[in-house]
Design a binder for this molecule. Structure first.
Ligand code: OSB
Ligand code: MG
Length: 370
């Protein structure tokens, strides 16, 4: 496999509805798209970095800089026998996993397109459908929150996650439990608490939650281990696991019982498979996280979610919750039974709508093997 051309663009899409986390409310999403061409085939990747460094330290601008000035030169024109060689080829660049993942994931798509098989077959997944969960942001009122939960359950989603922060946590969970006593429910704090909140967080134990995601700092492991010993509810780590090695450290420390895998956070598909396998070897279940991706990133996530230790419903939901229209056609849909079918065609298996991408593009660069 040889990557002859890398087309990079900044795109912006309005969200169907605002999304609010502990770090704020957003109405649109700005991200990078990577298109690779090689030996007559075309492939796509999406960078999960946002236009701010609030979830992680990377941004659209840092990822643009890294891809143009450092990563593209390390992959363009190189003969790879398998996409698992791409992440190691970028090894001299430290960190910047979101930038690396955008290029690396596109390379997996290119390889699968050239082989004429669905991406999942190359990744090692065997399922043809995945169980969808949904992530519901902070709302203006508890009544609206409960209505949204009710609507998403009616749409078929099998697990509800709500965003929490100090002042929007116990009451929000209690309001949902009054209406939906048994629904699989979890919370995501996006690092909004500290160890001083341990007693407060332990009051969540009364609500039979599947897990509490990333209660403490984005780079912490130790305090999470201390907190996990004080909670009955399982801790799931997201932000803290920005590499496979940190996944190992977190498991060894007892900092979590569940891990959320986002390929953008750990450096792409190959590193996600390594993390998935490490968790399986330690009896730690994983699920696939989401970053408000367009249909391109969403399709990648669907294929990765077919690996066997993705045993809990992911934040991989239907296109129409996020973007309407999406950048792909047909859009990704959730069935009334809460399942999403994995596209069957070669590579990520979705058709990209070029003129929608053109209209959403703010900036573009075309890089070629020198
Ligand atoms: O923490 O999982 C998160 C969205 C943006 C940044 C971080 C997170 C999220 C979500 C939404 O929870 C997941 C999705 O529906 O794509
Ligand atoms: Mg999260």
């Amino acid at each position: 496999m040889r990557i002859e051309r890398l087309d990079l663009r900044v795109v912006r899409l309005p969200l169907v509805r605002f999304f609010e986390t502990s770090f704020g409310r957003v109405y649109n999403r700005t991200f990078l798209l990577v298109r690779l061409d090689g030996e007559g085939a075309t492939a796509w990747g999406e960078c999960v970095a946002d236009d701010n460094p609030y979830y992680g330290s990377e941004t659209v601008e840092t990822a643009w800089h890294l891809i143009v000035d450092f990563l593209a030169p390390l992959v363009l024109g190189v003969e790879f026998s398998h996409p698992r060689e791409v992440f190691p080829a970028m090894r001299r660049v430290r960190g910047h996993h979101m930038a690396k993942a955008a290029v690396e994931m596109a390379a997996w798509d290119l390889f699968a397109v050239q082989a004429g098989v669905p991406l999942r077959a190359v990744l090692g997944g065997s399922r043809t459908e995945i169980v969808a969960g949904v992530s519901i942001g902070i709302q203006d009122s508890l009544a609206e929150l409960v209505d949204r939960v009710t609507a998403e359950l009616a749409a078929g989603y099998r697990r509800i996650k709500i965003k929490v922060k100090p002042g929007w946590d116990l009451d929000a969970v209690a309001a949902i439990r009054r209406r939906h006593a048994d629904v699989p429910l979890m919370v995501d704090a996006n690092a909004a608490y500290s160890l001083a909140d341990a007693a407060h967080l332990s009051r969540l134990d009364a609500f039979d939650l599947m897990m509490i995601e990333q209660p403490l700092d984005y780079d912490d492991i130790r305090d999470h281990a201390v907190l996990q010993r004080q909670l009955r509810t399982a801790i799931c780590l997201d932000e803290s696991i920005h590499s496979v090695r940190l996944g190992r450290d977190a498991i060894d420390a007892g900092a979590c019982r569940i891990i959320n895998i986002k390929p953008g956070r750990v450096g792409g598909h190959a590193e996600s498979i390594r993390l998935h396998d490490l968790c399986a070897a330690h009896g730690v279940p994983v699920w696939h996280g989401g970053m408000l991706e367009s249909g391109i990133g969403r399709a990648h996530n669907l294929h990765l979610s077919t690996l066997p230790n993705f045993s809990l419903p992911g934040d991989v939901a239907a296109s129409k919750r996020y973007y309407d229209p999406d950048l792909i056609d047909p859009a990704i849909e959730v069935r009334p039974d809460g399942l999403i079918s994995v596209p069957e065609g070669p590579g990520i298996g979705v058709s990209v709508v070029t003129d929608r991408i053109e209209r959403a593009t703010l900036r573009r660069a075309e890089l070629r093997a020198s």
